[in-house]
Design a binder for this molecule. Structure first.
Ligand SMILES: O=CC(=O)O
Length: 333
């Protein structure tokens, strides 16, 4: 009994890591998955207090925040309420939910999921593309509805080999997509913030020009002020009537209204979409289209990768609390 009280007391003295919303898919592994003997979690979502009151109450002991996709954004308001926070760690690769400028201004370190999901996301992007081109999901639906027997053959899909692929955002994920599609004998070109000095794929400074010279656009970039709605009607029209778009980045990189309009009017041929502007809401028009493949933001990882995620998240937090270099530090501050 004395031991467990000591243990409880010791835990109370651990530095606290705030979690604002349960981590997606944590049910696969259980809450204790990210536990450590160097810190303890404070779960705002378990409290009946309004968030601001909860944060003010715990503010002196909260030293770090663990954030994830779909969690409330880490805004300057939240950081203002938590002056002791020195680290934001995310279970995601994307950091659009974190006010990075404010983190930099306050000297708060940031660490994301680095490249541990790149293979999973790239596999999924290629899967979506093959599905759209070869109509895998659509023909599955045709067979299941008994239409093969009553209506006969289903229309053939289009060949992947030889397609001209435009990668938007040639980071770890974009590069992994490119490597996979090269193996299918596709030609690759890309758009990125800057030309990559050691990459031989043709570079297009304008995403519209890239689209005009490709059959497929695969969106792999981050969502930032610069990339918000970067893929609009003009870009989609440049991609053309035979063109296909795949998005495994963030929904708001595409102007969703304009994309839906282009699909409805046949101005592009199809889309493979894992991400949407207002998740989990998906534009209803897309449900009826068999040239569109939809998935609920699941490209990111597999249960197998959860083990790597644990090592990275706990490793980053333990490094921070031991004054050691972070494992996947983001930014130059
Ligand atoms: O979308 C998922 C991520 O950014 O990790």
């Amino acid at each position: 009994m004395a031991e467990s009280t000591d243990c409880h007391k010791a835990q109370q003295d651990f530095p606290k890591v705030l979690i604002l919303k349960p981590i997606p898919f944590i049910n696969l592994v259980g809450e204790q998955y990210f536990a450590s003997n160097k810190f303890t979690f404070v779960e705002a979502y378990d409290s009946s207090l309004p968030l601001h009151q909860f944060l003010s109450t715990h503010s002196p002991s909260i030293k770090a925040i663990l954030s994830s996709v779909g969690a409330p954004p880490i805004t300057s308001d939240i950081l203002h309420l938590l002056p002791e926070v020195g680290l934001v760690v995310t279970t995601s690769v994307g950091l659009n939910q974190v006010d990075l400028l404010e983190c930099r201004r306050r000297g708060i370190k940031v660490a994301n999921a680095g490249s541990i999901f790149s293979d999973d996301v790239a596999d999924f992007a290629v899967g979506l593309l093959i599905d759209v081109l070869r109509k895998v999901s659509a023909s599955d639906g045709y067979v299941r509805k008994g239409l093969w027997a009553t209506k006969g053959d289903y229309p053939l899909g289009s060949k992947l080999g030889g397609k001209r692929i435009g990668i938007v955002g040639l980071g770890n994920i974009g590069f992994a997509v490119a490597k996979r599609l090269e193996a299918f004998r596709c030609s690759i070109s890309y758009n990125s913030r800057k030309r990559k000095p050691h990459v031989s794929y043709p570079f297009y400074e304008s995403v519209c020009e890239l689209a005009a010279n490709c059959d497929v656009l695969v969106i792999c970039c981050e969502l930032t002020d610069h990339t918000h709605h970067m893929i609009n009607k003009e870009v989609l029209s440049a991609l053309g009537k035979e063109g296909v778009i795949v998005n495994i980045g963030r929904g708001a990189i595409i102007n969703e209204k304009e994309m839906v309009q282009c699909l409805v009017q046949g101005e592009i041929a199809g889309a493979g979409l894992d991400v949407f502007e207002n998740e989990p809401d998906v534009p209803l028009e897309l449900f009826a289209m068999d040239n569109v493949v939809l998935s609920p933001h699941v490209a990111v990882f597999t249960p197998e990768s959860f083990l790597d995620l644990r090592d990275l998240v706990v490793g980053n937090l333990e490094a921070f609390f031991s004054n050691k270099p972070l494992l996947s530090k983001f930014g130059d501050w």
